[in-house]
Design a protein around this ligand. Sequence first.
Ligand code: IPE
Ligand code: IPE
Ligand code: MG
Length: 245
Amino acid sequence: MNFEEINLNTLPKHIAIIMDGNGRWAKQRGKIRVRGHEAGAKAVRKTVEAAAKLDIEHLTLYAFSTENWNRPKSEITTLMSLLVRSLRRELERMTKHNIRLSAIGSLGKLPANVQQELEEVVKKTALNTGTHLTLAISYGAREEIKQAIVQISQKVKNNIIPVENIDETIINEHLYTQHLPDVDLLIRTSGEVRISNFLLWQIAYAELYFTDELWPEFDEQSLHQAIISYQKRERRFGKTSEQLT
Ligand code: IPE
Ligand code: IPE
Ligand code: MG
């Protein structure tokens, strides 16, 4: 157990995870990729419940990127139906654990049944006050920033926002994550050391944590490990170490 090593007073407020390695996990076991995604769904459940147990305020999971639309059609179809099944299956547990669900991304590009299921779970968990779980689906950070620029430009054109008023707060207010604080801890599994178009603006000062574990292997212990690593770091935000004390 590594739970005792966690300081409950300095938990990250917002944890974001790039859940990578489902395909490799399946391949290592001589299985088809779908099995990896199914195992990945179980890891999602474990991780969400572990975060809820710690009372982490915000957990954002990268489930499907704008670039993932370029995968074989059959894999996309399986991922979408797995998503619908998981949402249906998890609603009860989310309610039990007081978890509130949101979704960010180009949600309009998702198949109608996925959109419906999402809307339903979002609505049914809206009043829950525990961990706020955000699924990034059909999400791309560049797309998110682009749509913010378009919205702001339109407001400038219509004299709703004077150009000189554009600041970081206004930009934040036009991102999909307008209701979320900046990411404190970003985790990526599977040994890849890249961001893959995830939350580019919001991770400006996040602590990055990379682990070789494949996503289906990730569990409560793994989350604790990441948090312990986070808590050992000094977040200086540009200041000197001396200024912090
Ligand atoms: C992450 O696992 C899940 C999604 C991107 C949807 P991958 O499917 O990317 O697994 P690898 O990277 O091929 O092992
Ligand atoms: C990133 O994983 C997207 C998700 C985890 C949903 P990918 O497996 O798609 O990333 P790349 O293509 O290897 O960078
Ligand atoms: Mg991958």
